[in-house]
Design a binder for this molecule. Structure first.
Ligand SMILES: NCc1[nH]cc(CCC(=O)O)c1CC(=O)O
Length: 316
């Protein structure tokens, strides 16, 4: 095929982060196809509306993605831009993740107005995060701290910090960076202390599987390393039930032709963290991810998952 698109519609959530991400993709598409009219279709999803309850209790990850997928099915939009972290790992026909864009900083960030790092927080200080993954890792390293739920979009979360409801909050560095808020980061938490969520820091573009034209047009936006790393990470989540009711982390890096994947499953209270890692050829990304997931299951994750009743829900 050698055609170029004349008009493309990007479905996006309405949050400031989602809009930044959609505009980023729009700009990249305009650079690729200068004559193409690229516009945004902005939608408020169920996940954006529910702020009072824990997402894991109201149905999870699909909440952020479903309305956008309906727009793809109806033909109202050609592509949907997502933080890959929020895309269910069981995404399948009729949908397809056409490309993964270059990854930004995958680390978690320590944000506070009064303290420089987690280790500086006094005993009893309240740390805000609704991510079981972040909570379990913080509790393990800093049992003297108090972890409290924190929901809402990035601006809402920062406003709650500024109202002194928390001594510090933990957010993805990538989201803050995209919104020009990196100066709020007091410390980047090393991945050894807070292993990131599968896909954190990467953007994914979803289209209908049948849209071979879209797959071809979007291909130049893809990043092979980010695709391989997140393939391995999402394979871990898939084997383990891909849930955010489970404290689950998976993070891959590439050095030369070798991919290294690290993963963990934890008891939510941080009383137990199971870790596994593997290295191998980049071409075996998926199998490496599946391998560490199976190792975790064999070493005790099965019992943790059984207790938690795994379901597909997002990291929040
Ligand atoms: N959970 C919501 C969410 N989804 C993606 C990001 C950040 C950007 C990214 O990881 O790509 C965030 C905010 C956060 O975790 O602090």
């Amino acid at each position: 095929m050698s055609t170029v698109p004349t008009r493309l519609v990007i479905a996006t959530r309405a949050s400031r982060l989602a809009l930044w991400q959609a505009e980023h993709v729009r700009d990249r598409l305009k650079a690729l196809f200068p004559a193409c009219d690229v516009s945004l279709l902005t939608m408020t999803t169920r996940g954006d509306q529910i702020l009072d309850r824990s997402l894991s209790k109201v149905g999870g990850k699909g909440l952020f993605v479903k309305e956008l997928e309906t727009a793809l099915l109806d033909g109202r939009a050609d592509l949907a831009v997502h933080s890959l972290k929020d895309v269910p790992v069981d995404l399948q026909d009729p949908f397809s993740l056409a490309v993964i864009l270059e990854r930004e900083d995958p680390r978690d960030a320590f944000v506070s107005n009064d303290f420089d790092s987690l280790e500086q927080l006094p005993a009893g200080a309240v740390v805000g995060t609704s991510s079981l993954r972040r909570e379990a890792q913080i509790r393990t390293l800093y049992p003297q701290l108090q972890v409290e739920p924190l929901r809402g979009n990035l601006d809402t979360r920062l406003a709650k910090l500024d109202r002194k409801e928390y001594a510090a909050i933990i957010l993805a560095a990538a989201g803050l960076g995209r919104l020009g808020l990196s100066e709020r980061i007091r410390a980047y938490i090393p991945v050894e202390q807070s292993l990131p969520a599968a896909g954190q820091g990467a953007l994914g573009i979803e289209v209908l599987l049948t849209r071979s034209d879209m797959h071809e047009w979007l291909a130049p936006l893809g990043n092979a390393d980010a695709a391989a790393c997140t393939l391995a990470e999402r394979a871990v989540s898939r084997v383990l039930g891909g849930s955010c009711q489970v404290p689950l982390a998976a993070y891959a890096t590439i050095s030369g032709s070798e991919l290294q994947i690290r993963a963990l499953v934890a008891e939510p209270d941080g009383s137990l963290i199971l870790r596994a890692q593997a290295s191998g050829p980049v071409s075996a990304a998926r199998q490496l991810g599946e391998g560490v997931a199976k190792e975790l299951l064999d070493n005790g994750a099965t019992a943790i998952l059984a207790k938690l009743g795994a379901a597909n829900t997002p990291e929040s």
